[in-house]
Write a protein that binds this ligand. Structure first.
Ligand SMILES: *Cc1c(COP(=O)(O)O)cnc(C)c1O
Length: 496
């Protein structure tokens, strides 16, 4: 048996402070040739276990952080089928280009004539997104999908005010993403929920009944969070327009449509895109994102300032936009995310973008096809880029969605999205994305089938998963209600 102290790959590695030994150093500098400055205000010194910096060698630091970095699951490790989030693999080339000095190091306050390349990049990306969405006015400022929603609604409000009446209500289907009602409320609108049909589409009768002259807009996620394309979208737009309202499309799931169809052609007035989902920025850790909006020509004058314009010779920032809703983000938005997006669009080209979309949809349907006899499908309609199952068949053995998700970790996969969307009880939402090849999909399908077999033959095994991880199943309710936020050395910590 290996003694714990001699096993240096300790799967429950403590903090760097526990490795501290008095006198250890991580660096060596030449002797000082000036008087040493040591004064630190005594009031700033802490006297608890975390007092001072850990005294460790360079190799201690490198090994500690390298080891704990392997505890994270990442898309560079394996498939990350988290539905609704589009956790696809992003080409490293796009990362590389976003770090070029000309992009990463140029100051956002550079005068226009010294920033021609940077401005041209913005304009080219705006033009590409206008082409992709079929909507001519694009603002790259919003820093996330939710901020795009808010900006889009501000633009809608400004347009309706200019028409004479900002109106009071925003209609939102019950299958919408949670950010939609939040954004409408932030913009001062009352939210009214529209029921979905059993097939997961907007109920047209309910919509007709609700669309009166109090309604500013409908916010529609398409494909919806059920992974379904809203087949009546043209009729939906017509109902709103006939009532004098506008249509906002939540385009966070645009990776199911890019290159195949265009929201502008369907009658949509405003859309936001999640560049960090569809257009090559890694996400999930809360890093920078971008949620550009694209709007019709009628709404273009209301977009945030400044606008990037090309006067035939030079790119310029135009601040003289009297109808603009103003700025929503400092400088030019999250610039490096915008660089990655244009790089992604240019390297794939029109054909490649379409192929990525088709592959994303094919992959989801491949999984639906191979698992539908083992797990019950959560919705009847045809899957787009993600597929939803429920746990009805496994429940008879006491196995629930949470157990299946936890067991998937033992098979080396990040779990799927669970219990969302809320309209599907026990939902397991799987979005493979276009980056997975058939071999990886088959390994995933085998894992899911194997878990279904285990649920029949050995439900206890699934109900107590995960088993192959550093720590087993945590009490998530206690972690949320009684969080322990203060670090204690391993010797004093209660066992986890
Ligand atoms: C992710 C997502 C959002 C929110 O995007 P953020 O960038 O996280 O603010 C909005 N709507 C849908 C449908 C989404 O999937």
């Amino acid at each position: 048996m290996i003694k714990k102290s001699s096993n240096h790959i300790n799967q429950n590695e403590g903090t760097i402070f526990e490795r501290s030994r008095p006198g250890k150093l991580g660096y060596h500098l030449p002797a000082l040739d000036v008087p040493a400055e040591t004064a630190l205000d005594a009031a700033l010194l802490r006297d608890d276990d975390l007092a001072g910096l850990p005294e460790v060698s360079e190799v201690d630091v490198i090994r500690h952080f390298t080891r704990i970095s392997t505890w994270n699951y990442a898309v560079d490790y394996g498939m990350y089928p988290l539905g609704s989030c589009t956790m696809k693999y992003n080409p490293k080339l796009n990362e590389r280009v976003s770090r070029f000095d000309g992009f990463a190091a140029s100051h956002p306050y550079l005068p226009d004539d010294l920033a021609q390349g940077n401005l041209e990049l913005l304009k080219r990306l705006e033009d590409s997104l206008a082409e992709i969405t079929g909507l001519p006015g694009v603002s790259l400022q919003p820093a996330a999908g939710a901020q795009g929603e808010m900006t889009g609604l501000m633009v809608i409000r400004a347009c309706l005010e200019a028409r004479g009446n900002a109106r009071k209500v925003v209609l939102i289907p019950d299958s919408a993403h949670g950010t939609n009602p939040a954004s409408a409320a932030v913009c001062g609108y009352q939210v009214k929920t529209i029921k979905s049909t059993a097939e997961g589409a907007v109920d047209l009768e309910a919509l007709r009944a609700a669309a009166n002259d109090d309604v500013a807009a409908l916010m529609l996620t398409n494909p919806s969070t059920l992974g379904l394309f809203e087949e009546n979208i043209e009729e939906v737009c017509k109902i709103l327009h006939d009532a004098g309202g506008l249509v906002y499309m939540d385009g966070a799931n645009m990776n199911a449509l890019v290159g195949v169809t265009r929201p502008g052609d369907m009658g949509v007035d405003v859309i936001h895109l999640n560049l960090h989902k569809t257009f090559s920025t890694p996400h999930g850790g809360g890093g920078p994102g971008a949620g550009p909006i694209a709007v019709t020509a009628e709404l273009e004058p209301f977009l945030p300032v400044p606008r990037v314009v090309f006067d035939g010779g030079q790119y310029k920032l135009d601040f003289n936009r009297p109808q603009s809703v103003g700025r929503v983000r400092a400088y030019h938005g999250n610039y490096s995310v915008l660089v990655r997006a244009l790089c992604y669009i240019m390297t794939l080209g029109a054909e490649g973008l379409r192929e990525a979309t088709e592959t994303a949809v094919l992959n989801a349907n491949y999984i639906a096809h191979h698992l539908k006899d083992v797990y019950e499908l959560g919705v009847a309609g045809k899957a787009m880029h993600e597929v939803i199952f429920n746990d009805k068949r496994q429940q008879k053995n006491g196995v629930h969605t949470l157990d299946i998700a936890k067991r998937l970790i033992d098979y080396g996969f990040h779990p799927m999205t669970i219990y969302f969307p809320l309209v599907v009880p026990g939902a397991m939402m799987i979005e493979p994305t276009e980056s997975e090849g058939r071999d990886e999909l088959d390994v995933f399908i085998d894992a899911m089938k194997s878990i279904a077999r285990e649920a029949e033959e050995n439900p206890e095994l699934v109900k107590t998963a995960p088993h192959n991880t550093r720590i087993g199943r945590l009490d998530e309710a206690a972690a949320a209600r009684k969080p322990v936020l203060r670090w204690k050395p391993a010797s004093q910590a209660a066992s986890v």
